[in-house]
Structure formats: C-alpha cells, structure tokens
Design a protein around this ligand. Structure first.
Ligand SMILES: Nc1ncnc2c1ncn2[C@@H]1O[C@H](COP(=O)(O)OP(=O)(O)OP(=O)(O)O)[C@@H](O)[C@H]1O
Length: 239
C-alpha cells in the first residue's frame, strides 16, 4: 500500500540493506557486538530480545541515525546516513522519536509529510491511511488529543503516507489493542507484497510468526539465535 505515483527502484537480487560487522559501543559499554545482516526487498527481518538487548541500537544503525563503532552499514550500496537525500526519500522510520507539532492537526501532519515527499493527489491517499489506522474521527484534532494507541497509529500513518523502499519500525505493536495488532500484521504483509523491505524490533512473538521471514534474537548485544520464525520456539517458553 504505497502512495500513488511511487516507482520502486528496480533491483537485481542485491540486498537493499547490508550490515557488515557492525557494532556499537557507548564508552566502555558494548551495546552491540559485531553483526552481519542483509535485508532484501519484499522481505521482513524481526529483531527479538529482552529490554536492553540491542534492538533499537541496531535499528538506529540500519536507518542511518547513528554510526557504527566498527563495520559498515550500506543502503543500496551507499553508507547509510539519515542526512543523505536518497535515504530520506526511501527509508521510512517509526518509533517513539517522531515529534509532533502541537498546533497542527493529525491530518495536517500527514499533509506536511506528503508535501515534503512530493506525493501527488495526496488528499484521497491521506484519507485512506487515516481510515485504515482508525484515525478518521480524530483527523481534525491535535496529536495531544489522541490516546496512546492512537498516537502509535499516527506514528505508523506518518510512515505510510510517504514513499518508501525500507520501513524500519521499533516495537510497532506497543499500545495497540488486539484488533489493531491484527491490522498491523496485515499491513506489514502488504508492505512485503509491495516489495518494501521491513526491519522491525518487537517483543511480540505473534507478530514475528505473522510477518517475519528472518529473525535475529539478541541477548546482551550478541546474536543468540537467528533463522526463520521457528527459532523462537527454542527460547524459554517460546517467549
Ligand atoms: N545513548 C546511549 N548511551 C549509553 N548507553 C546506551 C545508549 N543507548 C543505548 N544504550 C545501552 O545499550 C544497550 C542496548 O540498548 P537498546 O536500546 O538497543 O536495547 P533494546 O533491545 O532496544 O531495548 P528495549 O526492548 O528496552 O527497547 C542498553 O544497555 C542501553 O542501556
């Protein structure tokens, strides 16, 4: 479900994202030990692990918000940097870090994003994204009037109204009710079908089983397990 007029860059079997030996230290603390990861268009990789295991650290490296202490992070063959116009145009990121303007409505936020990304005929498209995320009734309210689950839905909507080849999501299931979680899984399957590469961090095994092709389980910044979603069965109690 990509915005009208979006032309996905054709690719020849190369990973869209390639992390080679990336690690991240904060002073003495090694938050992430060297790790390799490749992400292909139309596939989803899920990062799974306890609080503090390094998931968000890895996501920040993957979307160019942070630089690895060692190793390289390449998006479409170029070092990934959120200030690179190519990356800004093609990588959509959601998480708690999206800031909202207190004096703009929900709809105006989405309009601003579509204008910034040059989405044509955006009105109908915004209406559809608002409806899909159950935000239509709140479209003319400021974000401060939203519940926490609705705020999470707006974070997601902000990524969906714009073009993207890579979608990076940090715990998108947080604060969503069961039906919204089901719609989230459907949405992410649709993203894959559209050829978008999806990288997400999650605490929800159900979401992993519903959408992920590949799972990386992190523990204390190291890869504990990796493989298909079935590797989660190897964790205590399936987590
Ligand atoms: N800016 C920072 N400065 C110092 N340490 C940090 C910083 N960011 C993260 N860390 C540390 O790195 C480790 C990994 O943190 P990270 O946020 O990646 O974990 P996470 O798996 O995303 O956790 P959660 O599930 O709670 O979101 C933690 O020990 C954390 O304290």
């Amino acid at each position: 479900m990509t915005p009208p007029g979006t032309a996905r860059t054709p690719r020849g079997g190369e990973p869209l994202l390639r992390l080679s030996g990336v690690s991240r230290s904060y002073g003495e603390r090694q938050a992430l030990h060297p790790l390799d990861l490749e992400l292909f268009p139309g596939t989803c990789t899920a990062l799974f692990g306890h609080n503090g295991s390094g998931k968000s650290t890895l996501l920040r490296l993957a979307c160019g918000r942070d630089r690895p202490t060692t190793g390289t992070a390449l998006f479409d063959g170029r070092p990934v940097d959120e200030d690179d116009p190519q990356v800004r145009a093609r990588v959509a990121v959601t998480g708690d870090t999206v800031a909202f303007y207190p004096d703009l409505t929900v709809r105006e936020h989405l309009e601003l994003i579509t204008v910034a990304h040059g989405v044509a005929a955006a009105d109908g498209w915004i209406g559809q994204v608002l409806a899909d995320r159950r935000l239509t009734d709140h479209a003319d309210q400021p974000p401060s009037a939203l519940s926490s689950g609705q705020t999470q839905a707006l974070q997601l909507a902000a990524a969906l109204v714009r073009p993207r080849d890579l979608l990076v999501l940090d715990e998108p299931e947080q604060r969503l009710d069961p039906s919204a979680r089901t719609r989230l899984a459907e949405l992410l399957r649709g993203e894959k079908a559209d050829g978008v590469a999806v990288l997400l961090a999650t605490h929800q095994a159900e979401l992993v089983h519903a959408v992920a092709d590949h799972v990386v389980v992190l523990e204390d910044g190291k890869v504990l397990l990796r493989g298909g979603p079935e590797v989660l069965h190897e964790l205590d109690g399936g987590r």
